[in-house]
Design a protein around this ligand. Structure first.
Ligand SMILES: Cc1ncc(COP(=O)(O)OP(=O)(O)O)c(N)n1
Ligand SMILES: Cc1ncsc1CCOP(=O)(O)O
Ligand SMILES: [Mg+2]
Length: 209
């Protein structure tokens, strides 16, 4: 089980970067205060996904910022990533740990409260409350947890809680005060005119909360 003490987690979306180079946007975000990055590519063929992951990892290694790969165990292990994030419809955590002994951080999306008792959650280093607020960035979701949902799940588990879904500088403080340990963000950073400044503003709200 890996320690998890990250606070601001950038989940990438090339399409949200407004035509700018993804590595440049992510580097700015890291300089602004992002301390964990996930590469999320739902539609790239595996070779292109791996190539992009390696390019991003080369930059992130300069900052000692860990890179998590979404969904794809082959890409995660071949790139020597710091870990993987999966959900209910992906490869199961037990299978990941069986096939990838070097897996560091294993993240799992919590979509149903009943799954909190599952072996998937037991094996995870953090649970993502997904989504905390409904978001146009990902529409195939089940439960909008809201702030009360975070507080409720906080009372039921000691696992680190990551909140994702329409997180921004305005709601960051409330989400942390509700019980989240870490905020995961796509558009409020990737689509910001100045990603470094956007990351810094969210980070400041986290630190103040
Ligand atoms: C940090 C974080 N939280 C939730 C998700 C969503 O994962 P999942 O439910 O598997 O959906 P996809 O991202 O695969 O569409 C995530 N990727 N990262
Ligand atoms: C990947 C993912 N999983 C749950 S919501 C989401 C997207 C969050 O995107 P945004 O920060 O733009 O709302
Ligand atoms: Mg997934």
């Amino acid at each position: 089980m890996a320690a998890f003490n990250h606070k601001l987690y950038l989940v990438t979306d090339d399409a949200a970067c407004l035509g700018r180079d993804l590595v440049t946007v992510v580097e700015a975000a890291v300089l602004g205060g992002v301390d964990l990055v996930q590469i999320r590519e739902k539609y790239l063929p595996e070779n292109a996904f791996l190539e992009k992951t390696l390019r991003l990892k080369e930059m992130l290694d300069k900052y000692n910022t860990p890179l998590i790969v979404n969904d794809n165990l082959q890409v995660a292990s071949r790139a020597g990533a710091a870990g993987i994030h999966v959900g209910n419809n992906d490869i199961a955590p037990a299978e990941i740990l069986q096939q990838w002994s070097a897996c560091g951080i294993l993240g799992y999306s919590l979509e149903y409260e009943e799954h909190l008792q599952s072996s998937h959650v037991k094996l995870a280093d953090y649970v993502a409350l997904s989504p905390v607020f409904s978001t146009p960035t990902k529409t195939d979701t089940v439960t909008e947890w809201g702030l009360d949902g975070i507080t409720h799940i906080r009372s039921l588990t000691t696992k680190p809680i990551v909140a994702i879904g329409r997180v921004n500088a305005k709601n960051a403080g409330n989400i942390i005060r509700a019980g989240a340990d870490c905020l995961a963000v796509v558009s409020a950073i990737c689509s910001a005119p100045a990603p470094a400044k956007a990351a810094e503003e969210i980070r400041n709200e986290i630190e103040k909360a």
